[in-house]
Design a binder for this molecule. Structure first.
Ligand SMILES: Cc1cc2nc3c(=O)[nH]c(=O)nc-3n(C[C@H](O)[C@H](O)[C@H](O)COP(=O)(O)OP(=O)(O)OC[C@H]3O[C@@H](n4cnc5c(N)ncnc54)[C@H](O)[C@@H]3O)c2cc1C
Length: 802
């Protein structure tokens, strides 16, 4: 075995083999894959191999489409047949509500060019004659559905990688991974140690164990999963064509033709975790004892839809383990705590996603950037709060609720709270309905009636009106919002200004000021929309999306802060409150010992001042609602005091408690883009409308060269009002012009001041036409939409500056 490799990939399942192939295809052929036993010795050998492309989020749809299309190619390139069956896919809708869910899914997938259409029950039965039309409201058809032989597909990626020059060592378990001071790694095996520039952990079921070798705890937990294969079924054997891939989401089942019978799989109603703490080292090409009683409910329901199942003999039962992350999506990318260590873990549906995962990960390693917004799968989306109890609760929840629909703005209770807010009880007493992000609780809205919590709807849920009322309060008097769930960093010490100036694309603020500074990827895309406050020379506070804090830290590290620059993550140390509205200043003036008069503390000011007797509260004059606004940050144990004082001071000023949903609605009226919705690494600042915050003339900064060399604008950000009537616009809806899809909605809601549905999104540059007859596809109906060339509310920004 060689002693040196540019990249060592650990694990020879579908994911590791795809990673090594894509690295080699990108020209990095000095790569070695190490497999403990034979290739596919984890989950890969016993997978059902079913493939589909209609899914969300966008990243998953995009990469599942890539995966689907890669099988023919890899078959040719490797010379290894992969058992690829292009059958099309049919998603059964048993209820009208499921039809709505699929209508929304269909619209969202148009962005990726994934075509689908609804079938009547009769047409569905014509294409899939084993179905019973009486049980169905409709079905959604996708052309790109089918299945692949898992072991052959894995081998094909390995063979193609070898042909390109990559090395694959079987029966070579990795025993340890040891970092060197220069960021490279020693990968220790029984056959010697390989020195590698980069490591990829693609160890599937053993991802946790391989992670622990490097000192990281990945939030993963294996679960058992059953499918069965029937004997020949006459209705299938006599068909003369192959059945499509069948998804019956409302009962958590999938099925496809296997030979002359059926392969039938179920997400059983009870999740059975397996090897919660550690995957046994000697587990390999084995199965777990089956227990068909767990599938009983699913099976009974399925028989109603596929009556031929009732009489079918069972040829084979598979109960195999697969390993999940807390949200069931992969954990990809450079681990934020380590140098040159990439994760390709937790890939739940490896044949749908493995080829795409390999492509993205190879791009990430070779280009230093995944080339698209990969945050939905980024390993950095979970912090050290996630492994253990949270992962167990969430994997159980998602497995057991597989047959339930996902709804817009849906919050999941399982595993919460991880980290309650200091004033959680006070807020709960006031009717707060909480949301969750990156381990933190935040308030979504305040329920006017006791005991109210979110209802779920594709139209307008119960919180629609109360949130609109909160929004009007912000516009008319004042709102107070718990605001702790933000990423907060201090950057201090000699050289801080120069380093931040190079890291960020915006112009740094002077002492006492705040500025909005995008951070760019090496490809000139948006990596973060940060607010930077300068409290003193060489002393900065950097604020951004809470979910991004580990991803930001990874960017900071990549930008190599010089000695002397001290960066601290204050996200959980500092609590935050946000006061906004025309009366905000009068309220703050009563409790702040500093001068907050507009002349001396104008828009984008930053200072430390005593507030309610708490010294050194960081006060920022900033607005995301379009009204006069202040953010206040203080140690967590002081939040209650400041909160109480503001509430008391606001009593005569119409102050009310408001949640983050009203913030998101009011910012739509201002066309302020939000991180993760409008803003992400999918777009450049030109496309996202952020160029007024980018200082091209200030000298070099990260991503500048790529931005300067990229005049091409593929899409333009746009705001619309939409005639959605009693429905709602949520994000994901396709935008049409002259009957053609020309864009997509990234977020939507209700403008509390303008009294209209508002959608933000992206359209093709030629379709950015004010006055043109745009339409937004809302639950299958195209609704008239008007492109707003300027913000709908206070376009001059006089209210937030005044
Ligand atoms: C019953 C069942 C049905 C499924 N059906 C489908 C389906 O229809 N469609 C679909 O897309 N997916 C399906 N899946 C999921 C799919 O099997 C997994 O997503 C996929 O196999 C994960 O691949 P992987 O490469 O990440 O991991 P694995 O297949 O677990 O591979 C990891 C590899 O790493 C090796 N390894 C581990 N530790 C070390 C070490 N220390 N040194 C060297 N090598 C090591 C292991 O031996 C193993 O070969 C199904 C899973 C189950 C259980």
């Amino acid at each position: 075995m060689q002693r040196q490799a540019r990249v060592v990939v650990i694990g020879g399942g579908i994911v590791g083999c795809s990673v090594v192939y894509h690295l080699a295809r990108a020209g990095w052929t000095d790569v070695t894959l190490l497999e403990r036993q034979e290739l596919t010795s984890g989950s890969s050998w016993h997978a059902a191999g079913s493939l589909f492309t209609l899914t969300q989020p966008n990243l998953a749809a995009q990469l599942q489409l890539y995966s689907f299309r890669s099988y023919r190619e890899i078959e040719q390139e490797s010379g290894q047949p992969v058992g690829f069956h292009l059958t099309g896919g049919i998603s059964i809708c048993r209820s009208e509500e499921e039809v709505l869910a699929h209508t929304a899914l269909q619209s969202a997938c148009r962005r990726m060019g994934i075509e689908s259409h609804f079938l009547s029950p009769e047409e569905a039965v014509r294409r899939c004659p084993i179905l019973s039309p009486g049980r169905m409201a409709a079905a959604l058809w996708e052309d790109e559905g089918g299945h692949v032989d898992p072991a052959s597909a894995t081998q094909a990626f390995a063979t193609a990688a070898r042909k390109l020059g990559a090395r694959i060592e079987r029966h070579c378990p990795v025993r340890d991974t040891r970092p060197r001071a220069d960021g490279s790694w020693d990968v220790v095996t029984e056959r010697g140690t390989i020195h590698a520039e980069y490591i990829v952990n693609a160890a599937g079921l053993w991802g946790r164990e391989v992670g622990r070798m490097a000192g990281i705890d990945l939030p993963l937990m294996p679960v058992e999963h059953h499918y069965l294969v029937t004997e020949a079924i006459p209705e299938i054997a006599d068909l003369g064509f192959e059945l499509p891939q069948i998804n019956d989401n409302e009962i958590g089942c999938y099925a496809r033709q296997e030979g002359r019978g059926l392969l039938f799989g179920a997400y059983e109603g009870r999740c059975t975790h397996w090897s919660k703490d550690a995957t046994p080292a000697d587990f390999g090409h084995e199965l777990l004892p089956d227990d068909l009683s767990r599938m009983e409910w699913n099976f009974e329901q399925a028989v109603g839809m596929m009556p031929c199942l009732a009489k079918a003999g069972i040829k084979r039962v598979i109960n195999g383990p697969m390993i999940f992350s807390p949200d069931l999506a992969p954990l990809l990318g450079p681990h934020p705590a380590l140098r040159n260590y990439y994760c390709a873990n937790g890939v739940m549906t490896g044949f749908n996603q493995g080829p795409g995962v390999g492509k993205v990960l190879a791009d990430w390693i070779v280009e230093g950037d995944p080339g698209l917004d990969a945050f939905a799968w980024d390993v950095a989306r979970f912090g050290d709060w996630a492994p253990g109890a949270f992962t167990e609760a969430r994997t159980r929840y998602f497995y057991e609720h597989r047959c339930e629909r996902g709804y817009p703005a849906q919050e999941i209770e399982a595993g919460r709270p991880v980290s309650p807010m200091p004033i959680q009880e006070k807020l709960a007493g006031a009717g707060a309905v909480f949301g969750f992000s990156f381990g933190n609780e935040h308030v979504n809205w305040f329920a006017p009636l006791p005991g109210q919590c979110d209802t779920l709807s594709y139209r307008q849920p119960n919180w629609w009106q109360p949130v609109a009322d909160e929004g009007r309060r912000i516009r008319e008097t004042a709102g107070l919002m718990e605001f702790s769930a933000l990423a907060k960093f201090s950057v201090e010490g000699p050289g801080s200004a120069a380093w931040l100036d190079r890291l960020l694309a915006g112009r740094l603020p002077e002492p006492g000021r705040l500025s909005l500074c995008p951070m760019l990827t090496p490809r000139g895309r948006v990596a973060g929309d940060l607010s930077v406050a300068c409290l003193a020379p060489e002393s900065y506070l950097v604020f951004g999306s809470d979910a991004m804090q580990l991803a930001y830290q990874r960017h900071f590290r990549a930008a190599a802060p010089p000695e002397g620059v001290r960066i601290a993550n204050l996200s959980s140390a500092l609590a935050g409150l946000h006061l906004c509205g025309p009366n905000a200043r009068d309220i703050l003036a009563q409790v702040a010992a500093g001068d907050v008069d507009n002349a001396r503390f104008p828009f984008l000011s930053a200072a430390r001042m005593p507030v309610a007797g708490v010294p050194d509260v960081i006060v920022l004059r900033v607005s995301f609602t379009g009204e006069c606004g202040y953010e206040l940050y203080m140690p967590r144990d002081r939040e209650a005091r400041v909160f109480d004082a503001l509430q008391a001071a606001g009593a005569g000023h119409g102050l009310g408690l408001v949640g983050s949903r009203s913030l998101m609605m009011t910012r739509l009226e201002k066309s302020f883009p939000a991180w993760g919705l409008e803003l992400s690494a999918d777009h450049t600042p030109v496309e996202s409308g952020l160029m007024r915050h980018v200082a091209m003339g200030k000298g070099d900064f990260f991503g500048r060269a790529a931005l300067a060399a990229r005049p091409l604008v593929r899409e333009r950000i746009a705001t619309f009002t939409v005639d959605a009537g009693a429905d709602a616009v949520w994000g994901g809806e396709a935008i049409f012009l002259d009957g053609e899809p020309v864009g997509y909605v990234t977020s939507g809601g209700w403008g509390p001041a303008v009294g209209r549905h508002i959608a933000m999104g992206y359209v093709l540059p030629d379709a950015w036409q004010p006055g043109a007859a745009h339409e937004v596809e809302v639950l299958g109906r195209r609704r008239a939409a008007v492109l707003a060339p300027r913000p709908l509310y206070d376009p001059e920004g006089t209210r937030m500056r005044g």
